[in-house]
Write a protein that binds this ligand. Structure first.
Ligand SMILES: [Zn+2]
Length: 386
């Protein structure tokens, strides 16, 4: 019996522009294509890859949703007056996030970033479950549901482990020769480019390291299987940061009361607003119209980007920055950083990519097309095996 392995390798933030600039896996890649990403951050993009659906269909978009009634963070009101200097340290917040996740039984990725404690009780957290295991997505299914329903042996990296640990875990699986599908998850390029930008020597170094590691995996796979199809793909690109805006100061200058008049979530590239006092909306809209660094999104934008959710949990009003600009400070970080994503999906730096040792079908142009590609490869493998 002929045995086939479909290896799908995820590289966080390996955008089409990054691929074009540095090249990647040239000895293996037969076909490469840009992929339009989805609007939002990884919390929107990853479920779109795994489900083949847009955010409005699978229900995942930004991690924090407005829900003061059901917020699990009400207790945070008790600590909101503690000194910020202590709790603004990244390490302290990271450990606190771990503690909260444990206390609330969250199995998905959970981080409170720099969201002030007094702000948390207005919000709920969307990713309570791990969507890299079957049954993890809010609506629809993921490739992992699809595989387990069909009893197909597969391996998926554990995002809680390091890249080296995940590479070793995959090698061990491949040596057994039992799996037909592997989802290798390599997230570190994203963090690196957030920290140094897209044109730093460390980015080239990291990509060359990935090439070496993936080649080792491929060589081993070819020893254990008759046929190996290889795909490298990403969730979005990365833009070099060229400037920032203190949007919180612009809004706070209005003298409105947070929580009573309005509630805001300041992500790094967008601000989302809700209006418990509807009269506050016009004032905030007027202030935002004076900020040339971004614009208030229209219904047509959200429709085009498949982010019409039918309610306002993700925002009554969304202000999006131009590519390369940052809200500083924001609830995601207090300082400016050299690289960011989460802008207009049609901007060149937003594009993700897919590369393969196969010829890519013509109809692959969106992030949501990757799921079909995975299924097609697996089905083909099953036919080969018959
Ligand atoms: Zn990122």
């Amino acid at each position: 019996m002929k045995r086939k392995l479909a290896l799908f390798t995820f590289f966080d933030a390996l955008g089409w522009e990054i691929y074009k600039h540095y090249g990647f896996m040239a000895d293996e890649v037969r076909d490469a294509r840009p992929l339009q990403t989805v609007f939002g951050f990884s919390s929107a993009a990853d479920p779109s890859i795994l489900s083949g659906q847009y955010p409005e269909a699978h229900g995942h978009w930004s991690s924090f949703i407005y829900d003061p009634k059901n917020s699990p963070f009400k207790l945070m009101n008790m600590v909101k007056h503690l000194p910020r200097s202590l709790f603004d340290r990244w390490r302290v917040r990271h450990w606190l996030s771990k503690l909260l996740a444990k206390a609330y039984g969250f199995t998905g990725y959970f981080e409170i970033y720099s969201v002030p404690f007094g702000v948390l009780p207005h919000f709920d957290y969307l990713e309570k479950r791990d969507y890299f295991v079957p049954g993890g997505i809010l609506k629809g299914d993921t490739i992992f549901d699809w595989l387990s329903q069909r009893g197909i042996a597969y391996h998926c990296s554990n995002w809680r482990l390091s890249e080296t640990e995940n590479l070793a875990a995959l090698q061990q699986e491949i040596s057994k020769g039992e799996i037909q599908f592997a989802y290798l998850y390599l997230p570190a390029l994203d963090g690196l480019m957030h920290g140094v930008g897209t044109r730093h020597a460390k980015v080239a170094e990291k990509l060359r390291w990935y090439e070496g590691e993936v080649k080792k995996i491929l060589a081993q796979a070819r020893e254990n299987y008759d046929e190996v199809s290889f795909y490298a793909f990403s969730d979005h690109g990365m833009a070099d940061v060229v400037g920032s805006v203190d949007l919180i100061a612009v809004i706070e200058k209005l003298g409105l009361k947070f929580g009573q008049d309005y509630v805001a979530m300041y992500d790094s590239t967008m601000a989302r607003f809700w209006f418990p006092n509807p009269a506050a909306r016009a004032q905030i809209e007027q202030a935002l119209a004076q900020v040339p660094e971004g614009r208030v999104l229209a219904g047509a934008d959200l429709k085009r980007w498949h982010c019409e959710f039918g309610d306002t949990r993700f925002g009554e009003l969304i202000f999006l920055l131009k590519p390369g600009l940052l809200i500083v400070p924001s609830f995601m970080g207090l300082k400016a950083i050299p690289g960011m994503h989460g802008y207009d999906p049609s901007h060149k730096d937003s594009y993700a990519c897919v590369l393969s040792n196969r010829v890519l079908p013509k109809n692959i142009h969106d992030l949501t097309d990757l799921r079909g590609l995975m299924e097609a490869e697996i089905k083909q493998g099953l036919e080969v095996g018959v």
